[in-house]
Every structure is written in structure tokens, then in C-alpha cells.
Design a protein around this ligand. Structure first.
Ligand SMILES: Nc1ncnc2c1ncn2[C@@H]1O[C@H](COP(=O)(O)OP(=O)(O)OP(=O)(O)O)[C@@H](O)[C@H]1O
Length: 259
């Protein structure tokens, strides 16, 4: 089971005047195969929660469990995609996607076969021998997603993966991500500033707020899947969008979140 449990999570950072508690009492459960997004005001701790779920950041209190296993460090059951795809510039696209498998000790044939499969899945067939600088921002994010999926993680952690893209590419990528997710429905925890993006992608949206912050509301997105332009244009979508926007403006401790 690849469900994620956040139990009384607390995250603190060292500050000049003592520890700064960014997140406290964060409680959430992401079900196996569920697509959950986290939204909240800038600086409320969304990335910190995601980093803690990957095991890159040690909580100062509480715990995170993947299934029954308490997270203490990164592991092959999880993969992270960041805003900047963090590709290795000297490696080809094929070698970048194969990188995680190489780290896992897969033999050359296996890792290149799998890498080709996921490159095709993200629509980049024919670009295997290109280098990252030869691709657009959207293409690089596709490579980042392919690299994450190639290791077959149970949980995909995504920190504003489309945040640096233009609005049109961002919308396109959200649709592509859902198409890929639908193939085997991994558990996804996705951080975003985009209200539309959160409604479009999610089974549920966790809204963070307060100081220190925690989950202040959970919104079930009861929209049909697969989601397409018609769903996005529908009345129900608009209602979720308005509700979420009102909530974020109301709970924003700092600057409001842009719709
Ligand atoms: N390495 C660090 N050292 C000290 N404070 C940090 C560190 N990383 C984050 N913080 C602080 O913790 C809080 C949460 O930061 P975090 O980046 O998790 O928020 P966020 O919600 O992801 O922000 P944004 O939406 O702007 O990306 C902020 O107040 C931030 O300044």
C-alpha cells in the first residue's frame, strides 16, 4: 500500500532567535492511487512538507508514513519532480531518463529499454540523443517526469513541476500528466500555486493556512475523469475554482495566491 500518512507533522528551521516553526500539527492522509494537491499562501510550507515526505528534510515533530513505513530518508518507493527538472546537462535525454535506474543498479539494456518507453510516453520519441539545453522548458519537464516514472516509484511527489512554464504549456502538461497518471494511478502529492491546476488535477485539495501552518480545509473534487476541456469549462469546475480562490484569499497569511 502506497498511502501517505502525515501525523502531527511539525517542521522547524534554525533561526537567529531560535527555531522557526513553519508547519505544526499538519494532519493528512493520501490514499493509495489518489491524486492530491497542496495549495496555500507563499511561504506556508508546501515545499517543506513535500521534502519531508521524500525524506530529504527531517521533521522536528510527528511522522510521515508510506504504508506502514516511517519515512526517515529518500527511498526507491518515492520519486520527486521539481519546478526545475534538474537534468544533468552533459547527459543525453536517454541517459538522463535512465539515470534513476542506473542508481538502482539496473543493467544497461533494461534501463535504456525502460527509458525509451517513458520517453515515448511523455511524447519525446526522436529526441533521445538531444541534450537538455536543446529542449524547451516544457520538454525538459517532460524528461523530468519520464525520469521519475522510469524508476517505477509507488509515490510521485511533485513540487510545482509546471510553475516555470507559460500558461498554455502548463495547461497542456496538466492534461498530459493526467493521461499518464491514468495508466497506472500512482499515489501523487502535487504542490501548486495554480487554483485551476489544483481543481483540474485533483481527487482532493489540501488547503494550508495559519502560522505555523497546517491543513485548514480538505476539498473533495467530485468531477468526472478523464478530465478534458469540457470539464474545465463546466459550471461545477467554476464553483470549485471560486470556492478555492475565496478560501485562499481568506486564509492567506502572506500574499494571496494567484488564480
Ligand atoms: N532552509 C531553510 N532555512 C530557513 N527557513 C526556511 C528554509 N526553507 C524554508 N524556510 C522557511 O519555511 C517556510 C516555508 O517555506 P516553504 O518553501 O516550504 O514554503 P512554500 O509554501 O513552499 O513557499 P512558496 O509557495 O513560496 O514556494 C518559509 O517561511 C521559509 O522562509
Amino acid at each position: 500500500m502506497a498511502d501517505i500518512t502525515f501525523a502531527r507533522l511539525q517542521i522547524s528551521y534554525a533561526g537567529k532567535a531560535g527555531p522557526f516553526v513553519a508547519v505544526d500539527g499538519f494532519e493528512a492522509h493520501v490514499r493509495d492511487g489518489e491524486f492530491v494537491t497542496i495549495v496555500g499562501p507563499s511561504g506556508c510550507g508546501k515545499s517543506s512538507v513535500l521534502l519531508a515526505a521524500d525524506g530529504l528534510l527531517r521533521p522536528s515533530g510527528g511522522q510521515i508514513r508510506i504504508g506502514e513505513q516511517v519515512v526517515t530518508k529518500p527511498g526507491p518507493d518515492r520519486a520527486v519532480v521539481f519546478q526545475d527538472a534538474s537534468l544533468l546537462p552533459w547527459r543525453t535525454i536517454l541517459a538522463n531518463v535512465a539515470f534513476g535506474l542506473e542508481m538502482q543498479g539496473a543493467d544497461k539494456t533494461t534501463r535504456f529499454d525502460r527509458a525509451r518507453h517513458f520517453i515515448e510516453l511523455v511524447g519525446l520519441s526522436g529526441r533521445e540523443d538531444a541534450h537538455p539545453h536543446q529542449l524547451s522548458g516544457g520538454m525538459r519537464q517532460r524528461v523530468g517526469i519520464a525520469r521519475a516514472l522510469a524508476t517505477d516509484p509507488e509515490v510521485l511527489l511533485m513540487d510545482e513541476p509546471f510553475g516555470a512554464l507559460d500558461a498554455q504549456t502548463r495547461e497542456l502538461m496538466a492534461g498530459e500528466l493526467l493521461r499518464i497518471w491514468d495508466l497506472d494511478r500512482k499515489t501523487v502529492l502535487f504542490v501548486t500555486h495554480g487554483i485551476d491546476e489544483a481543481v483540474f488535477l485533483s481527487d482532493r485539495v489540501l488547503v494550508m493556512g495559519g502560522s505555523p501552518s497546517r491543513v485548514v480545509e480538505v476539498i473533495e473534487i467530485d468531477l468526472p475523469r478523464p478530465r478534458d476541456a469540457a470539464v474545465r469549462a463546466g459550471e461545477a469546475f467554476g464553483k470549485y475554482r471560486t470556492h478555492l480562490a475565496d478560501l485562499l484569499l481568506g486564509t492567506a497569511a502572506g500574499e494571496p495566491v494567484t488564480p
